[in-house]
Design a protein around this ligand. Sequence first.
Ligand code: DX5
Ligand code: ZN
Length: 245
Amino acid sequence: MTREIIIAPSILAADFARLGEEIAAIDAAGADWIHCDVMDGHFVPNISFGAEIIKAIRPMTKKIFDVHLMIAPVDPYLEAFAKSGADVIAVHAEAGPHLDRSLQAIRALGKKAGVSLCPSTPESAIEYVLDRLDLVLVMTVNPGFGGQSFLGSQLEKIARIRNMIGERPIRLEVDGGVTRDNATAIAAAGADTLVAGSAVFRGNNSADYAANIAAIRTAAEAGLVPKRHDSSAQPVRAGERVLVR
Ligand code: DX5
Ligand code: ZN
């Protein structure tokens, strides 16, 4: 039994002066999703870009736009990100007091709903919203910056969340410090969607990016061998493929 690995390059590591070209390059290089890291300088100690930038780059590819909102408050901005062309919108469980409401709002806007957990947040934060989720995003660095080292403490959380998901059609995404060297362990713990910024945008052309994406994918697929805790893993369902363009 296998799950399909999705590789989502984070454009935070792209050359912003050539952002349109960089999107085209990772599209051609085999990226499955385009991961967009939105930072507000308040919820996280860095500012990146907002809905207008996402709207501007949306025409560069037909791939899924996976928008990771590291902003608080988040609810007032959900509509703008939905209109910018996001396909999946993930909010942080720590970003506001009404996670259930935020997730309902994302689905009401016609988008796939995700929740992200900082490294210190336990998996119990999502226990009562599982049926409102299309994606769980486990942060394996403290959010705010690319290029940080992977926190191995999160592997246990990933495995626990895989068990919580059970047979629900929810993707389990890992974000922060992902490389070809740790992708096998990440997938073996139960993740099926890997974000990578600096490990993808190494080199300076589409061929380099393709080699980087392929190496991460190959390593992740090696970790997909079913394990005891993974006994509930199911083959990819037709409905789930909607998230893969
Ligand atoms: C961190 C972001 C990540 C980050 C990943 O706040 O959410 O997406 O950019 O970058 P790397 O892969 O370089 O850790
Ligand atoms: Zn991210």
